[in-house]
Design a protein around this ligand. Structure first.
Ligand code: HEC
Ligand code: HEC
Ligand code: HEC
Length: 131
């Protein structure tokens, strides 16, 4: 084998290792409450959350409240977001379909924020995990 081939192989190896370990070092130095990428949904059709990340981070509680009121009081079950995309207003069937690891996603952040939503007394968390 010629020497430059070795160089190319080595360079390839370095890039490969960099990519493989990226999820680890990309998370270094971030605040503890930011959920890890691996808890993010396998959402084959459309990965985007129902609203932008900042909106979700700050107002998901209000959104859930308004969903509950819409469903329980008004019998409305379809939410249309700012881009005109429709979602079923359901904690279990919408939020938790994407955020299917409640412990790693919802719970970790809530622990940090010292909130314990009581929703799971009645609503079923993914994989039957209850808080
Ligand atoms: C179609 C899949 C999908 C659905 C449905 C969905 N989410 Fe998300 N959600 C995501 C993705 C992907 C992100 C990360 C967005 C990003 O990083 O830009 C996210 C981000 C968030 C965040 C912010 C996380 C952070 O890092 O600050 C919260 C909170 C959240 N979602 C809660 C909810 C709740 C509550 C619902 C239901 C009302 C919901 N999501 C529905 C996919 C989804
Ligand atoms: C990025 C951090 C973060 C993530 C991820 C997150 N939450 Fe929250 N959540 C909070 C914070 C902070 C509060 C408290 C807000 C307040 O008191 O104003 C909260 C409050 C709530 C409340 C209201 C609880 C109460 O007692 O008032 C509900 C319901 C809720 N979250 C549901 C969810 C669900 C369901 C998920 C996962 C799909 C989720 N949250 C993911 C940060 C997060
Ligand atoms: C005492 C039991 C109970 C608790 C606790 C509870 N819910 Fe519900 N919730 C229900 C019932 C029953 C419905 C009506 C289901 C239907 O009509 O599809 C409902 C409906 C909803 C809906 C709309 C329909 C759906 O399938 O999601 C949302 C959103 C919702 N609840 C969010 C919440 C959130 C967020 C919390 C916690 C802050 C919570 N609920 C706590 C019983 C409960």
């Amino acid at each position: 084998m010629k020497l430059y081939n070795g160089g190319i192989i080595l360079a390839g190896l370095v890039i490969f290792l960099g990519l493989v370990t990226m999820p680890v070092w990309a998370n270094l130095g971030k605040p503890a409450y930011v959920p890890q990428k691996l808890t993010m949904p396998a959402a084959p059709n459309d990965k985007a959350c129902i609203e932008d990340k900042e909106i979700m981070r700050n107002t998901h509680m209000q959104i859930l409240d308004s969903w509950r009121d819409a469903v329980v009081r008004d019998g409305k079950r379809v939410y249309i977001n700012r881009h005109g995309k429709q979602f079923a207003m359901s904690l279990q069937n919408t939020c938790m379909k994407c955020h299917n690891n409640k412990e790693e996603f919802c719970d970790k952040c809530h622990l940090e924020a010292a909130v314990t939503p009581y929703c799971w007394d009645c609503h079923i968390a993914p994989k039957g995990k209850k808080q």
